[in-house]
Design a protein around this ligand. Sequence first.
Ligand code: FDA
Length: 305
Amino acid sequence: MEAINKSFFLFLANRPLLDRLAKRWGSKFGADKIVGGETFEHAVPLIQNLNSQGLRVTVDHLGEFVASDAEARERTLECIQTIRMISAHDLNSQMSLKVTSLGLDISHDLAWGNMIQIMEEAVKHDVFVTIDMEDSSRTQATLDLYKALKQKYNNIGTVIQSYLYRSDQDLDYLNEVKPILRLVKGAYKESAKVAFPDKSDVDHNLKQLIKKQLLNGHYTAIASHDDAIINFTKELVKEYGITKDQFEFQMLYGMRSQSQLDLLAEGYTVRVYLPYGNDWYGYFMRRLAERPANIAFAFNGLFKK
Ligand code: FDA
């Protein structure tokens, strides 16, 4: 049943017509429970509220795939503006972005040029930037871009997905640049040619990747709502004497909020991934695919006055 739901929602996530309709309707179907508003101004009080509880944030301006250089440029300016606003409001927040929104599918040079502009602004305002990882057709291009950027900038990280067979080698590929990585299970629809079909293998691989990245001595964000993964990490760091300044836990806004606070109370660094913007459809569908219980959000939203 879960597998059917997952495929179904990942299929829906990729429907341009539904995406356009969703944008027109606005944040119905409960998306506002997991998305921080249509503009950064809407997100600011949410970030301030999370910060006041001790939670750190990474904001993500929703949006993937652009069709033209001009659109990629627009997205780049939005990222630059977000960095300026984080700084102007003195928020404890990083920024996450997707390189397809900066033109990666159009050309490497376009995405590179846009990333350089974003990183120059990020350095100026001391804001950390994470390149989210998208589907496997973009993995190599994203890692190449990251590796080159990490040689120029320290305040940049990316994401490795444990459902991909290649991920262990990807840690080796990045190791020389001392990668700062968010480790996740992976959220896209992938074939058995490239990704473990069995969830237990995905979970096992995530544990292996966490261990390898931490023992390589690099900063690690463990981004999962899964207690098995969180408890594994707690045991691992105890066993190897890894200090709390070498890693953090990350969860999505609106997911397991009490667990976020519990981890914080135990002295761990916890960061909340807060997406904002009107391009919420694909993000929302991927969340439904992950956890059928999230469908409750949709129905609550549907019947809300
Ligand atoms: P999973 O979905 O495997 O669930 C395992 C168990 O955890 C469940 O059985 C349940 O017990 C518990 N659980 C999960 N969600 C819960 C909830 N909401 N409430 C209560 N219990 C819950 N992916 C990607 O491909 N590229 C990326 O860049 C990112 N970035 C990213 C950032 C951050 C901060 C997070 C947290 C996640 C991502 N992801 C991602 C998504 C990631 O790949 C993955 O799809 C989701 O995190 C779901 O996997 P989990 O490990 O959270 O648990």
